[in-house]
Design a binder for this molecule. Structure first.
Ligand code: DGT
Ligand code: CA
Ligand code: CA
Ligand code: ZN
Length: 624
């Protein structure tokens, strides 16, 4: 049983609890609280890099209880599910609502409360039926509904369906690496790579593509299609196979001889448009390019194929990082001898460049661990030089936001810890056992601790900060004289997402103009596949940022990756500085930093554009 299956079961339960909570106000609140606990647990498990089933087999319920957000009641349900394949509590709830539950799960913006009002009036079971109802204009006549609401529901259904077709990079990252590893470890295989949009680190991935080198394609293909992750074989040829995986994602495999590895990589990494453009360049030079090699037209001789960079070289180009291969001008830029390449793309921000994380949450609010722990893991497992603790503020009730006194108290605590780091063996005294085994590294080059790091451990610093909640009118919920005492301040919108564009734009400009705000956190508010960003005039916001020295964040949490790649390019072209933050609520989330770096590379950011590639003194002097 996979983590995904367990996560889905918990979400089904959460959904039914909410659907069923039509009782008194007090009872309602209690049930909401309960269903939120299931959702939190589900999210946690979805993001967990270790296999729950294995954890349970090794350590039983105690093992489950070590996972953040999982308490006794939920742990018991998970163990029941693992043991029997079903959960009694769920089966009972389900009896009362004979609907296709999975159709309605994760239906962003159409929650159980809306659905309950529909179900109580009309007998529908599926999402298709709901859509038909809305299309036939039969929804608007129900009490509490309107034509506008009906249109909105149709739009949300559409978005939901698009989202179902593409997977979030962060969700499938561990799986792709696991399959790549499985292929590499085959005797018959000498090289293997996960390619396609995955290698380009696109924020969403349609299907997975793998290229391997082998002299025995038949055997490799047989092993590929019988992997435990495979649900169904869609097709199987001499050098190719196509399967459906357990998570309903498709996966392609191409087996090539060693002499074609480079061109196969190039072809299947894509993007399609990048590949087509390269082939045109080849034609102009009198060559022919396909997945098997680069050939001279006249002689039909193969002149490259084993290595990707040889192909680029013969086409008169520098090797282009996969994250840039979208035919957005990178090929023009990569022309050999081009000045702009040397001055721009050769300086692309790299995976080891980021030194610190400027959005980190602790258990003062909705983070899972103490400030000490967050610092400890940032240093020991991710080799960071600093973090900023940016807990939520008072008006964000759901996260237990801090008031002014609590923020200042927290700052005193941070100073204390910094003093301990400076003067003692802080990093050696800590206990690493809690989460150490749960780490899974996201990214092309994960951050491993260098040998001589011990020497610089005492230089590690925790900055004091806050993720200040932006109120409806663009003011903040913490006064400037408190904010000004902190090392840095990020501001973020957590409510009033659907104000008209002009008002939303004004709201953000007002924040940028606030002298205490250093960074706009997750500036557009989008949740990939679930929620579009707020309606804003981004160029106005960017120009306000430039005027006021406000920095824009690339929030690296993989369901946000906010701002997106094109916007990163626009920001940089407008001279606005950026930072990359993980938005960690658990030390495991530092691993997302690499996904943010990928996003920055997809947006052509140079190291100098990303302020947290700098040491602390330079960083702080670059802020307002
Ligand atoms: P995805 O799966 O939708 O996230 O995006 P990709 O880029 O992984 O696309 P996919 O899986 O359809 O194909 C993998 C790569 O194979 C693609 O990036 C480029 C190459 N490719 C596929 N179809 C074509 C084609 O018709 N022409 C060319 N030149 N390349 C293709
Ligand atoms: Ca693909
Ligand atoms: Ca494919
Ligand atoms: Zn939070």
């Amino acid at each position: 049983m996979s983590n995904a299956e367990i996560a889905t079961m918990l979400r089904r339960i959460a959904f039914l609890i909410e659907l069923d909570s039509e009782n008194s106000e007090a009872e309602n609140t209690r049930l909401n609280f309960k269903s939120r606990a299931y959702i939190k647990a589900s999210d946690q498990i979805q993001n967990l890099p270790i296999n729950i089933k294995q954890l349970y087999e090794e350590k039983g319920i105690d093992g489950l209880l070590q996972i953040p957000s999982i308490g006794k009641a939920i742990a018991t349900k998970i163990s029941e599910f693992l043991n029997t394949g079903t959960v009694d509590y769920y089966e009972k709830l389900k009896l009362r609502y004979p609907i296709q539950i999975d159709d309605f799960l994760d239906l962003e913006g159409i929650g159980p409360k809306t659905l309950r009002r529909i179900f109580s009036k009309i007998n529908i079971k599926t999402l298709d039926e709901l859509e038909e109802l809305a299309r036939n204009r039969e929804l608007r006549i129900l009490p509490g509904f309107s034509a506008n609401k009906e249109t909105d529901i149709l739009k949300k259904i559409e978005m939901h369906r698009i989202g179902k077709k593409r997977f979030l990079l962060g969700d499938i990252y561990p799986l792709a690496l696991k399959i790549e590893e499985f292929l590499v470890n085959n005797e018959e295989v000498s090289k293997a790579a996960a390619v396609g949009s995955f290698r380009r680190m696109k924020e969403t991935v349609g299907d997975l593509d793998f290229v391997v080198v082998s002299n025995d394609p038949k055997k490799v293909i047989e092993k590929f299609v019988t992997m435990p992750n495979v649900k169904e074989i869609l097709s199987k040829g001499v050098t190719k196979a196509f399967v459906k995986l357990n998570n309903n994602m498709d996966a392609d495999l191409l087996v090539v001889p060693s002499e074609s590895f480079g061109t196969a990589l190039l072809y299947f990494t894509g993007s399609k448009r990048h590949g087509i453009h390269l082939r045109k360049l080849a034609q102009v030079k009198g060559y022919r390019l396909n997945e098997w090699g680069l050939y001279e037209n006249n002689t039909d001789q193969k002149i490259a194929g084993e290595s990707e960079s040889d192909v680029y070289d013969l086409l008169g180009l520098e090797w282009i990082p996969p994250e840039m291969r979208e035919d957005n001008g990178e090929i023009e830029l990569a022309k050999k001898g081009s000045n702009s390449w040397q001055h721009k793309m050769a300086l692309l921000v790299d995976y080891n460049d980021v030194r610190g994380d400027l959005q980190v949450h602790s258990n003062y609010t909705d983070g899972k661990l103490s400030i000490e722990d967050m610092a400890y893991y940032a240093r020991m497992l991710f080799d960071l030089d600093y973090i900023a603790i940016t807990d939520h503020t008072q008006s964000l009730k759901i996260a237990g936001g801090l008031d002014e006194k609590e923020i200042l108290d927290q700052q005193i605590k941070i100073h204390e810890i910094n003093d301990r780091i400076k003067s003692s063996q802080f990093f050696e005294d800590m206990d690493t056992s809690v989460v150490k085994n749960q780490f899974y590294h996201y990214g092309n080059n994960y951050r491993s601790r260098k040998k001589d790091d011990k020497k610089t451990d005492k230089k590690f610093r925790i900055l004091s900060g806050a993720e200040v909640n932006i109120l409806k009118d663009g003011t903040l919920d913490i006064s400037n004289n408190v904010l000004d005492k902190l090392d840095l301040v990020g501001a973020a919108i957590h409510s009033n997402f659907s104000l008209p564009e002009e008002i939303q734009t004004e709201r953000l400009i007002k924040v940028a103009q606030n002298p205490s705000v250093d960074i706009l956190f997750h500036p557009t508010g989008r949740i990939i596949n679930k929620r579009e960003g707020y309606q804003i005039n981004i160029s106005k916001v960017l120009s306000a940022c430039l005027d006021t020295k406000t920095v824009i964040e690339i929030d690296a949490h993989y369901n946000r990756l906010d701002i997106r790649d094109e916007l990163i390019r626009t920001s940089i072209n407008n001279g606005v500085n950026l930072v990359i933050d993980s938005d960690a609520h658990h030390p495991m989330h530092y691993a997302f930093l690499n996904l943010g770096i990928s996003q920055a590379r997809r947006g052509w950011a140079n190291k100098k554009d990303i302020l947290n590639t700098q040491p602390i003194p330079e960083l702080l002097s670059s802020l307002k």
